[in-house]
Design a protein around this ligand. Structure first.
Ligand SMILES: Cc1cc2nc3c(=O)[nH]c(=O)nc-3n(C[C@H](O)[C@H](O)[C@H](O)COP(=O)(O)OP(=O)(O)OC[C@H]3O[C@@H](n4cnc5c(N)ncnc54)[C@H](O)[C@@H]3O)c2cc1C
Length: 434
């Protein structure tokens, strides 16, 4: 069936032929029949990675196959969401080893983007916890790959943005926890220098993330609220069932502008009254604050928004982030949301995003000006040896990719050798010649 399809940022909107097979037999027949295809999980990426002419939706692949209560190893179909894993396993004392800022993503999407969480500096990214992947190839053959078996397929599939085939099942290790609560510490960081140095000071904290105020000026430039967390040692094991709010319609386009964003930021920063606050919160409050508002992407109006998520090596972070925030200000733009994370050592999967350094994710209401602003930011990120996260990208040009993902050629050569170039294709792979 032909229809318009998009992702969480609502840009771009692509006319696609969408099918949703319900069994491996149907999926196999689909892959063989189509000239090419790309898998679509929950569409919570922000760009064009799961979009294309022929799209295979995976949400009907949602069975749990096996769980070993001794080791915490779980095998589940790729359409199972992180929310479903939490629902089944948190009451039994198991949590995700790595989670992005939303639980509404599929296992397949988490592997394909090799997602990272607030604990990358200690635990690495999602695929570091994956022990096996079942992959359906365009010729209908299903293979199993792991860190020990078919290792080249494994390396290319982890973070490979769906470009090696359809992930049908994933085996991963869950993390034992004693409680659904998180012991949270919030630290007020008065400027950018302090924000980065306090991040470093607490780099042994299991979880850390900062909300950055991009509108503060003068001596408050780059101030932030740093949130640290660790799983509580005791307490109830439960699944949070707090009611969610919903954004019923698209917000009017004037709602988000540099003045209202500054006002929001001032209020948000000032609501924390002391320099350090310690509190016990639920895992939902700590990991998924945005999930409480259904359709929060409507806040940006009917045209949607763009996220600019980049990574800068540690040594250059302060200079680069400063320059980026100044450039945004000079452009008279303001991101509504800015989230800073510390990343640890990366893995050797060619398209996996995380590497040692800092990553900043900035959300902008979509306007024509934002595209030209992003091109200037690309130059700055490139100059400081950084890179852009492909799961959040819809417009980067190939030249920046080449220099920032050093093993890109390896990935493309693999796709060529395995005859995947013309058979597994997305808008992203066409745009970036992957
Ligand atoms: C509020 C919010 C917060 C987020 N926070 C983070 C964060 O902290 N860290 C982070 O890393 N990411 C974050 N993300 C991004 C998100 O985690 C990733 O984009 C993830 O890939 C989305 O999974 P999905 O199931 O929605 O996949 P989709 O968006 O549908 O697809 C993403 C990619 O995965 C591929 N894919 C999906 N399923 C399969 C499959 N079965 N087989 C092969 N390929 C497949 C697609 O082809 C595509 O390339 C966030 C997103 C949102 C909306």
């Amino acid at each position: 069936m032909k229809r318009f399809l998009t992702t969480w940022s609502r840009y771009p909107l692509i006319e696609s032929e969408v099918e949703e097979p319900s069994s491996l037999v149907e999926a196999r027949e689909y892959c063989q029949r189509k000239s090419h295809f790309i898998a679509y999980g929950c569409g919570r990426s922000y760009g064009d990675a799961p979009l294309g002419n022929f799209v295979l939706k995976t949400r009907r692949f949602r069975f749990f196959h096996h769980f070993d209560p001794q080791t915490g190893e779980l095998t589940a179909e790729a359409g199972v969401t992180l929310e479903e894993i939490i629902k089944h396993f948190l009451p039994r004392g198991w949590f995700l080893p790595v989670t992005p800022g939303t639980k509404f993503v599929s296992l397949g999407g988490a592997v394909a983007a090799d997602v990272h969480g607030k604990n990358h500096h200690v635990d690495g990214s999602f695929c570091n916890w994956v022990t096996g992947i079942w992959l359906l190839l365009p010729d209908g053959k299903e293979i199993f790959c792991s860190p020990e078996e078919n290792t080249d397929w494994f390396r290319m599939t982890c973070g490979g943005m769906g470009l090696t085939g359809l992930i049908t099942k994933v085996r991963l290790r869950l993390r034992p926890v004693q409680s659904s609560f998180i012991e949270e510490t919030i630290i007020k960081c008065p400027n950018l220098e302090e924000s980065l140095s306090i991040f470093e000071e607490y780099s042994s904290s299991p979880y850390s993330v900062a909300w950055l105020d991009c509108t503060a000026r003068g001596k408050s430039f780059g101030r932030s609220l740093l949130m640290l967390g660790l799983h509580a040692a005791e307490g109830e094991l439960f699944v949070s069932d707090k009611k969610t709010l919903s954004f019923p319609v698209d917000a009017p386009s004037f709602l988000l502008n540099p003045y209202t964003i500054k006002l929001f930021n001032d209020i948000y920063y000032s609501r924390i009254k002391r320099e350090i606050v310690q509190q016990r919160v639920t895992y939902e409050d700590f990991f998924y604050p945005l999930d409480k508002i259904n359709h929060w992407n409507r806040l940006y109006g009917k045209n949607g928004f763009l996220q600019y998520q980049f990574l800068i090596p540690k040594t250059e972070a302060q200079k680069a982030i400063r320059e980026i925030l100044f450039t945004i200000k000079e452009y008279d733009e303001a991101p509504f949301l800015a989230v800073l994370k510390l990343l640890g050592k990366g893995n050797d999967f060619p398209l996996s995003f995380p590497r040692e350094g800092y990553t900043l994710a900035l959300d902008f209401k979509l306007t024509p000006r934002v595209f030209s602003l992003f091109r200037i930011l690309d130059e700055i990120v490139h100059y400081y040896g950084g890179r852009i996260y492909l799961a959040k990208d819809a417009r980067l040009s190939r030249k920046y990719l080449e220099s920032s993902y050093q093993n890109l050629e390896q990935f493309i050569r693999f796709r060529k050798e395995k005859d995947l170039l013309s058979r597994v294709r997305s808008q992203l792979s066409d745009r970036l010649s992957l």
